[in-house]
Design a protein around this ligand. Structure first.
Ligand code: NAD
Length: 535
């Protein structure tokens, strides 16, 4: 399904120079994709393209009753799915890996069109889904096979730990990474033997539907992944009320509401929420590398990335040379809505995101901060474009000092000693991601252990941890609960079950032994076991 000209409108060779360019999806494909949504309301909701403001598709809206239906269908499908051998489930993920790479042009068009991001940032999503599919496809047994543990009577008590699927996993996915956030968390859930009920964000549903369609082509049984669509406070809440576990990605405010509701039902939830992520440039940093890394990590997806950097702390000794390089690179960035790899940055998702960015920058400027570069909307490029912006002199009391901007805006500060830099990096309520640039890896790792963030990247901004899918990823403090990726990312979807098989001796006095003698014998045995068992 590639984009083609909308009725009566030509596609310009270079959309950057014609912001009125429109595209349309093949209506038959849209009908097929949206037919998967469980909806009986008769209502529909339109999504629009951030690059142009043009409508993309009209999708059927679900009700809370539809979520109940979807969950029941998922529950029925899950029962047979849990009996499918692990190798077959894993093979489905490996087929998805190939499909995603083969069909990447269509996926990239869709991601760009629905989210407004540049193609190179859209490609991060394609790569992330492929890497996640390969990783879980290849490590299924390592994470899910029953394991043996030590029993109470060594040699006589055998312990097997089984990984029992939770049942139906609810996924509420965001708009900022509409392809990988729709799919990647669900891949681990499916591999672990669960079904999924999923609500993609209302701003980017078609990308998610296309991904689920690819999963079906990779061999996923029809009813195993149920789709619902509509307002978060109605349809999202109903997911929390009906499923057995919830995976949520979005704002801290909504995450708190989801966690409260999940706690009422005593179901688990993983929450990946906001961040105000810091970067430290130490005095021994390679400044070219640090400046290049800062540009990528501050402005990826126009800063609408939970792990992107919004605060940069630079050692006094290298402040000026770093700033020169950082500002030069920022000013060289090309903003464009081109459907090719020529753009360095796309636009914001919505007027609401643009309003937040404008407010944060104007508020900082009005209260005395300096706009070192950027600081203006760019309607000449498209309605939701904003320049990559570097601020200095940002202080407490300015909105962008501690509130997440979720846009292409970064504040730069100086520091004189590293202890102070770590303290300032730990300021505020968030703890998602941090970055340290230094030529001394051991020093970087020492500082990392003092930073209260779920991921720390040394000599990278966020990509090294995000791309290392064998490692856990998530937030401390107000940035979330639980982790995606790695063993932690799949074990959240299973309940460990310990099965003990007792051989020969029972756990009671034997051979006519009195209870008192039994207690004394056990006491002696415990003392011997402590001496004998040295790990
Ligand atoms: P949001 O938290 O309001 O919405 C995220 C998702 O949750 C959406 O799909 C929404 O429909 C759903 N939702 C809303 N209310 C819900 C409820 N009561 N119960 C269950 N689900 C509900 O975020 P947003 O409005 O899309 O964006 C606002 C801010 O959130 C952004 O500016 C950014 O700070 C943050 N955000 C973070 C991420 C991330 O990757 N961590 C992603 C998107 C947004």
């Amino acid at each position: 399904m590639t984009l083609h000209p909308g009725a009566g409108t030509a596609v310009p060779a270079d959309p950057e120079h014609d912001p009125t360019a429109t595209y349309a999806l093949d209506p038959a494909v849209v009908r097929r994709l949206t037919s998967r949504i469980v909806s009986t309301t008769g209502e529909a909701q339109k999504s629009t393209a951030p690059f142009t403001g043009q409508p993309i598709a009209s999708l059927p809206v679900s009700s809370p009753a539809d979520v109940v239906t979807a969950t029941a269908q998922a529950r029925a499908a899950q029962r047979s799915w849990a009996t499918v051998p692990l190798d077959l489930r894993a093979r489905m993920l490996l087929r998805l890996h190939d499909l995603v790479l083969d069909r990447q042009d269509e996926i990239l068009d869709l991601i760009q069109w629905e989210s407004g991001k540049s193609r190179k940032h859209a490609f991060e999503e394609v790569a992330h889904v492929a890497m996640t599919a390969r990783y879980y496809g290849r490590t299924a047994h390592r994470h899910l096979a029953p394991s043996r543990r030590m029993g109470v009577y060594p040699g006589l008590t055998r312990i097997d730990v089984n990984r029992i699927p939770r049942g139906v996993v609810g996924i509420i996915s965001p708009w900022n990474y509409p392809f990988t956030m729709a799919l990647s968390d669900g891949l681990a859930a499916l591999l672990a033997g669960n079904a999924v009920v999923h609500k993609p964000d209302s701003q980017t549903p078609v990308t998610a539907l296309f991904g689920i369609d690819l999963l079906t082509q990779a061999g996923m049984p029809g009813d195993l992944w149920q789709l619902v669509y509509g307002p978060g406070d109605v349809v999202g809440s109903a997911i929390v009320d009906n499923t057995d576990y919830v995976c949520f990605t979005g704002s801290t405010r909504t995450g708190r509401a989801v966690a409260t509701r999940a706690a009422e039902r005593l179901i688990g939830a993983s929450l990946e929420l906001g961040g105000k992520n810091p970067m430290l440039v130490l005095r021994d940093a390679d400044l070219d590398r640090a400046a290049e890394g800062a540009v990528r990590a501050c402005f990826s997806s126009a800063g609408q990335l939970c792990v992107s950097l919004e605060r940069v702390y630079v050692a006094d000794q290298v402040f000026e040379p770093f700033m020169k390089r950082f500002v030069q690179r920022t000013e060289a960035m090309k903003l464009s809505s081109a459907f090719d790899y020529s753009a360095d940055m796309g636009c914001l998702i919505s007027q609401a995101q643009l309003d937040t960015v404008v407010h944060h920058v104007d508020d900082a400027r009005d209260k005395g901060a300096t706009v070192v570069t950027g600081g203006r909307p760019r309607p000449d490029v498209g309605p939701l474009f904003y320049e990559p912006t570097v601020l200095s002199g940002v202080r407490p009391g300015m909105s962008c000092f501690s509130d997440e901007t979720f846009g292409p805006v970064v504040s730069v500060y100086r520091f004189s000693d590293e202890r102070e830099a770590v303290e300032r990096a730990n300021d505020g309520q968030y703890g998602l991601n941090a970055s340290i640039f230094t030529r001394d890896g051991a020093r970087g790792r020492r500082l990392a252990s003092q930073i209260r963030c779920g991921t720390v990247n040394i000599n990278e901004g966020y990509g090294a941890t995000f791309g290392s899918v064998d490692s856990p990823m998530g937030g401390m403090r107000d940035s979330g609960l639980g982790r995606r990726q790695g063993a932690e990312g799949i074990h959240r979807y299973v309940e460990p079950q310990a099965v003990a098989t007792q051989r020969l001796l029972s756990l009671r006095p034997v051979l006519g032994m009195s209870q008192e003698r039994y207690a004394r014998t056990l006491t002696t045995t415990l003392r011997l076991l402590k001496k004998a068992h040295r790990p």
